[in-house]
Design a protein around this ligand. Structure first.
Ligand code: CU1
Length: 175
């Protein structure tokens, strides 16, 4: 899990040439009794990312508009997939809506809406505030002190532990 998260962070940090693959519902896949609202909330969707729907033969994936998403109607589906392992590329920013058209399934929670952000847009609140202004005369201001070397605290702890040990050893040898 930690490795997966690290990989995801790496992917997100890298220039958005590679889309992130989102497994819808994670291990639960595309099924009833999965909370897709919270699944979507725990993911960030960027243009170029893909959604992977994994499902059994009783299910399908319909791309629908917002109104049909709200009413669980599949009569105007923009697209239907029934291959059991559907990869959909999120090709444009904005909301995207998916439901299962099988009778009663959408009402039982098989509905997913995602908000797709434009590639290159940092997730979270957009920062419109300018960065720290450069003050005139900053040339004469001293450079910031260098950060303490990593592991300095550990070395200190070792010394503090080691000193009594050395003393004890010396005492033992002398006694
Ligand atoms: Cu279904």
């Amino acid at each position: 899990m930690a490795i997966a998260t690290a990989l995801l962070v790496l992917l997100l940090a890298a220039p958005t040439v590679y889309g992130v693959q989102h497994i819808v519902g994670d291990a639960s896949g595309w099924s009833t009794s999965v909370d897709y609202d919270s699944w979507a909330a725990s993911n960030t969707f960027t243009v170029g990312d893909t959604l992977v729907f994994n499902y059994g033969s009783s299910h399908k994936v319909d791309i629908v508009n917002q109104a049909d998403f709200a009413s669980c109607s599949s009569s105007n589906s923009l697209k239907t997939y029934d291959d059991g392992a559907t990869t959909i590329t999120l090709s444009q920013p904005g909301p995207a809506y998916f439901i299962c058209p099988s009778a009663g399934h959408c009402g039982n929670g098989m509905k997913l809406s995602v908000n797709v952000v434009a590639a290159g847009t940092p997730s979270g609140t957009p920062s419109t505030t300018p960065s720290t202004p450069t003050t005139p005369g900053s040339i004469v201001s001293p450079p910031p002190p260098p950060p303490p070397p990593k592991g300095a605290a550990n070395t200190l702890d070792m010394n503090m532990l080691g000193f009594p040990l050395v003393l004890a050893t010396l005492v033992a040898f002398m006694g």
